[in-house]
Design a protein around this ligand. Structure first.
Ligand code: NAD
Ligand code: MG
Length: 401
């Protein structure tokens, strides 16, 4: 393959980011070869992807679903090895013939395969922000040690990356940066009264005004937990201190984030809200390729608004800054509690405004957790989930007592 072509593994190919990645890849068949795909439950969609992209491997988490897919693949006469379980995910994340891994599994489940890709020195296109929230130091150390290349997919971090000097000298001060400013749409309930937030239904929460995304990140966007997770993500990606990271609400989602330099300059990246732009940027970096996204028509956009986030109505954003200042494994605890809380909300077992309450209770109870290695981290993740479930078991009327 030539220098600008890549052999890819896409972890989480059936999700929102996975589909957008394949959409971009399909526009450049000479540049990208899909070597491996993975999925959790959507076997039908994965099979269709097999027909279209002819990977050499697929990995499916559950053995029974892997067996179903294996027989579909055999019946269709495809030469595809179907792997299963966590070991299957790790195997496709570290294949010697693959140079680039798109990490697009949702939640903490993405950590182990993404870390495996880092240790194998791959070029990692990181969508799975939970990897950094859970294991920031550990993951960044692994990237450094194995000389892996890390390219952010999250639109805000991709915008920041685009607005920073290359090569990045390692931290904001060395780059002449005063502030990293993350933009946030504010989600669908930006203008709702506190009291109305009690009534939010899952259907309302997963309908984001600007972006089309998976269910979990859509709920996180509505609580502003997503912005909180992104603050933690920025801390690790750019080695920034909590005080060097700001959040501004920008309802149109046209400015994807900004970098303020010491001389008063602010650089930003703008574009239509479509994840194919940051995906194409990272796929082709440092070159540029067509992504399928139209350019901006600013006259049609008309105006761009900005305002301060309201941490009273949306306390999850504050919790993320608290977790960063607490240090240790507080971010991992917060992330685990939030995954349990979001699931409970989607199952209508917890009220929308109670997601933050559960998150805070779990984080404060396990505030002094410390993890020196992956084993410790996975144990803390489990302990936090157990505590969140225990608190949930005492919920009455969808309220934590
Ligand atoms: P999604 O729910 O649409 O897709 C998730 C993918 O992960 C699916 O392919 C699913 O099969 C797989 N998966 C789920 N649970 C798994 C498990 N336990 N083991 C293995 N695989 C599993 O999610 P998404 O919206 O595509 O988000 C993926 C990641 O990208 C998340 O970390 C999210 O925060 C991040 N992200 C997404 C967007 C977006 O626009 N969707 C933007 C920025 C960042
Ligand atoms: Mg984002």
């Amino acid at each position: 393959m030539s220098k600008s072509s890549h052999a890819l593994t896409i972890l989480g190919s059936t999700g929102s980011i996975g589909l957008s990645t394949l959409d971009v890849v399909a526009r450049h068949p000479d540049r990208y070869k899909v070597v491996a795909l993975t999925a959790n439950q959507q076997i039908e969609r994965l099979f269709e992807q097999c027909l279209q992209f002819r990977p050499a491997y697929v990995a499916v988490l559950k053995a029974d679903l892997a067996a179903q897919l294996r027989s579909r693949v055999r019946d269709a006469g495809l030469q595809i090895e179907v792997l299963e379980g966590e070991s299957g995910l790790q195997q496709v994340a570290t294949l010697p013939e693959v140079d680039t891994v798109m990490a697009a599994i949702v939640g903490a489940a993405g950590l182990v395969p993404t870390l495996a890709a880092a240790k194998a020195g791959k070029r990692i296109l990181l969508a799975n922000k939970e990897t950094l929230v859970l294991s920031g130091q550990l993951f960044m150390d692994a990237v450094k040690q194995a000389n892996a290349c890390l390219l952010p997919i999250d639109s805000e971090h991709n915008a920041i990356f685009q607005s920073l000097p290359h090569p990045y000298p390692g931290n904001p001060a060395a780059a002449g940066v005063r502030k990293i400013i993350l933009t946030a749409s504010g989600g669908p309930f930006r203008e709702w009264e506190s009291s109305s937030l009690e009534q939010v239904t899952p259907a309302q929460a997963i309908k984001h005004p600007n972006w089309s995304m998976g269910r979990k990140i859509s709920v996180d966007s509505a609580t502003l937990m997503n912005k909180g997770l992104e603050v933690i993500e920025a801390r690790w990606l750019f080695d920034a201190l909590p005080d060097q990271i700001d959040v501004v609400i920008h309802p149109q989602s046209i400015i994807h984030s900004m970098v303020e330099y010491l001389d008063g300059s602010t650089l930003a990246q703008l574009g239509n809200p479509d994840m194919r732009t940051p995906i194409a940027y990272a796929l082709a970096y440092p070159e540029r390729i067509v992504s399928g996204v139209e350019g901006l028509n600013l006259a049609a956009v008309g105006r761009l608004d900005f305002m301060e986030p309201d941490l009273e109505r949306f306390p999850c954003l504050r919790l993320a800054f608290d977790a960063l200042r607490m240090g240790g494994a507080a971010s991992a605890v917060l992330n685990a509690a939030n995954e349990v809380a979001v699931d409970a909300f989607l199952d209508e077992r917890l009220r929308f405004d109670q997601i933050a309450v559960l998150n805070e209770r779990v984080m404060l109870r396990l505030a002094d957790s410390y993890a020196g290695n992956l084993e410790d981290l996975l144990a803390i993740d489990q302990e936090s989930r157990n505590l969140a479930h225990e608190l949930l078991s005492r919920v009455t009327g969808k309220i934590i007592v």
